[in-house]
Design a protein around this ligand. Sequence first.
Ligand code: AMP
Length: 430
Amino acid sequence: MSFEKLGIIKPLLSAIKDLGYENPTMVQTRAIPLVLAKSDIFATAQTGTGKTAAFGLPLLQRLRKPLEGKGVRVVILSPTRELSIQIYEDLQKYAKNMKIKIMILVGGKDLAKQKETLKEGVDIIIATPGRLMEHTDSGFSLTSVEAFVLDEADRMLDMGFTKDIRKIHPLLPKRHQTLLFSATYSEKVRKLSKLILTKPAFIETAKKNTTVDTINQTAYLVDTARKAELLAYLIGSRNYPQVLVFTRTKKSADELFIELKKDGLKCGVLHGDKTKANRLKTLTQFKEGVFRVLVATDIASRGLDIEHLPYVINYELPSIPEDYVHRVGRTGRAGRQGEAISLIDIYEKYDIRDIEKLIGQKIPQDTVEGFEPDPTIRRKDVDEVKLKAEHKRAPAKKERQYNKNTSSVPVTRKQTKVTKKKRKTTKRDG
Ligand code: AMP
């Protein structure tokens, strides 16, 4: 299949040729004709499958006839400022040979200025739900909307935007097209789809919650106290050019950032406590190669589109298994090879099983020479009791496994803190 055969017009064909797109991806092949035919769509497309062009190209094509009147014709909702900017940049590139007015409405920008621009009329608005609501609350009308897109709908709902979306939807005209894109297929998304979609065409480009085939996944078993050291060692000894590293919390992101800096690695940190301006700056610097390592929490995992990002490392597994899919989706984008490595300690043994259950595949486990877990280290008793209740399984076997070489009293996490050895990082950044 080619973009020409899908009916894409010349100005767009030439723009995507400049971007190096040769053939449409699966979601593009399926979605483009449906969007052109004005059908509603419910697409479960993984991150990195090319979904922005899947809705962006046909919508731009539909808008090629100039705007009459002064409304807005397409509204695209996205969960975060970063993702909105990414969509905006992509659409600008696709529309470079056309006269299409695209505007971004996210927080942190001057509201009054945005209002002035909106008065002139605009073809496409890309917005976060909160900021769009601020405009509609102060009288901005959505009655001229021809198409409404919800990108990463699952994340929007997880982030608590359900109410906003429910308020925005009735402001749209009765006849409009709705395109819903979601990385995962959750009950919440299904419920929302019932509310906002009319006779949708379903596009499922991959099995539910599976990770992309081109991503090589490995988990390295390591003791908690040696994770930072192993991470720096992997980056250095394997000469990884750029790595995105995920932590579970903001606190551990900050701590790891300091550790890696001590190791001489140039890095940035991205999490919810950073100001929007700071997050954007860090992201841009990472994209420009100023940093070799970007430490991020899950909030930052959406909306990051870094071309050819070959490595994603889970320093800590996410607390929600679905987030694993989003995290590793940052690599292996659009059919490229990628590698996702998870550093798992004794506390994460059950988390990885939940992830494997979700993605329907085993993640091979291994150790790195010199970083093998200390067999005398075991979980605190209190944690084991909790685990037993949570997982309804007898821990006897597990205990034996970790206690093989010892008859001593269980050692707690704190007690086992390994004294810092000289780091094994081989390559350093200036
Ligand atoms: P998305 O899933 O929209 O975030 O896209 C992921 C990445 O794939 C982006 O870097 C796009 O520029 C790129 N991309 C999208 N469609 C294609 C295509 N047909 N061929 C090559 N790269 C593509």
